[in-house]
Ligand binder design. Structure first.
Ligand code: CO8
Length: 374
């Protein structure tokens, strides 16, 4: 069995940002318009008025201060309330592939590799802009990578599950180097007209290069000591959009269940113990004491959730920097969140330092990756 390292990471961050203030202003303007439009029904008690959103609530409940998005204009227009991403022809690069190329370029450069040295591409994300051909194969073709590519989706755990899949392939010898890309266009599957969730997500793309340790040349790689993935079915985070919706009589394009929806409180309560238990069991099975952990790169959904997981895993309040959060700037970027944290906050670690990347989300799913700086 070969040893495997993460030799390069990259983050593509869309230029456009939306502050909580801008978001709340747009939402409240939409809500006022709707409430005016249905004033009679609201007065008659046959319809509920839409409640206003609030900046202080958003920061208090989630820790999110702003998010990057691909199209700010459409999202903030009270008459539109979603990103407007023009359809592209079959000959043009898809949006996800374009984001992936940007992040992949950075990851390959950091690893000191050219595409010809890569054997496979995995595009792992919460949603794919089309069913086929795979976005991964488009990225493979655009970069000039040989071998194969495929898409996979485990919602917020897509990146960690892809790390396990790629590491297993490299360990067993079916590939020497695998590029993982996580283009997350969360803005397109978020209901921006629902105040319970309109603040949660942002857009981004991350990339990782995994290589056989004996072939890797980059300084400051991270050896993958062990991976563990778990899933447990739950309806508490759900998106019913799928190809079967076209086969149903009277299908509507505006059905709420065709976009992200969740029971946020239940998710919070059920997922925190599940994740803390996964990390602690995983560490124990690898004979690593939590006290030997230098860093936790957690999924970036909610600051309160991460603070609690940190305390449960370390058995004490994490020191500043031990558990870096990026969600204040990016919001929840699904599978990319923990990888952004890893990419931005890992260079400073000393050789031999041990850290854990951990994702969690819809499914439920959770993935833990134990790393050692080499
Ligand atoms: N402004 C003001 N008040 C609000 C707002 C708002 N924007 N939103 C809700 N409120 C109100 C509620 O109506 C409620 O009022 P009341 O008490 O009168 O009923 C009150 O504030 C409290 O609301 P909540 O109970 O909902 O608030 P919480 O404290 O639970 O915070 C959170 C809500 C932030 C959503 C929190 O529950 C949370 O973070 N939960 C965990 C979420 C999570 O981690 N989910 C993972 C999903 S991501 C994933 O798996 C990937 C999916 C694929 C990506 C999808 C891309 C779109």
């Amino acid at each position: 069995m070969h040893k495997v390292v993460i030799s390069g990471t990259g983050v593509f961050t869309p230029e456009q940002t939306i502050s909580n203030a801008e978001l709340v202003k747009a939402f409240n303007s939409y809500a006022e318009n709707e409430n005016r439009r249905y004033a009679d029904e609201i007065a008659a008690g046959t319809r509920e008025a839409i409640a206003m959103s609030d900046e202080d609530f958003i920061v208090r409940a989630s820790g999110i201060e702003r998010r990057h998005v691909l199209d700010k204009r459409g999202i903030l227009d009270p008459q539109i309330m979603h990103p407007v991403l023009p359809e592209r022809s079959d000959e043009e690069l898809s949006v996800m592939a374009e984001m992936a190329l940007s992040a992949a370029g950075i990851a390959l450069k950091r690893a000191g590799r050219v595409p010809a040295q890569v054997d496979a591409v995995i595009c792992a994300a919460s949603n794919h802009e089309r069913a086929y051909p795979a976005i991964a194969i488009e990225v493979q073709q655009a970069l000039g990578i040989g071998g194969f590519g495929f898409d996979m989706n485990v919602a917020c755990s897509s990146a960690t599950f892809a790390i396990q899949a790629a590491a297993d392939m490299i360990r067993s010898g079916s590939a020497r180097a695998i590029l993982i890309v996580n283009p997350e266009i969360c803005s397109a599957h978020l209901e921006w007209r629902d105040r319970d969730c309109h603040f949660i997500f942002g857009d981004v793309c991350t990339a990782l290069l995994l290589e056989r340790a004996d072939l890797a040349e980059a300084q400051g790689s991270f050896e993958i000591l062990s991976t563990r993935c778990i899933t447990q079915f739950s309806n508490n985070i759900r998106n019913n959009n799928g190809f079967l919706r076209r086969t149903r009589e009277g299908h509507m394009t505006d059905r709420r269940d065709m976009l992200f929806r969740q029971e946020g409180r239940k998710v919070f309560k059920q997922v925190v113990p599940m994740v803390a238990d996964l990390i602690l069991t995983h560490l124990a099975d690898e004979n690593i004491a939590p006290a030997h952990l230098s860093r936790l790169w957690l999924h970036q959904a909610n600051k309160g959730m991460n603070d609690l997981i940190g305390v449960k895993v370390l058995g004490r309040q994490p020191e500043p920097g031990e558990q870096p959060n990026i969600l204040q700037d990016y919001a929840n970027t699904s599978s990319a969140g923990s990888i952004i944290a890893f990419s931005k906050y890992s260079d400073d670690l000393a050789n031999g330092s041990i850290g854990v990347i951990c994702s969690f989300g819809a499914g439920y799913s959770a993935g833990s990756v134990i790393l050692r700086k080499v």
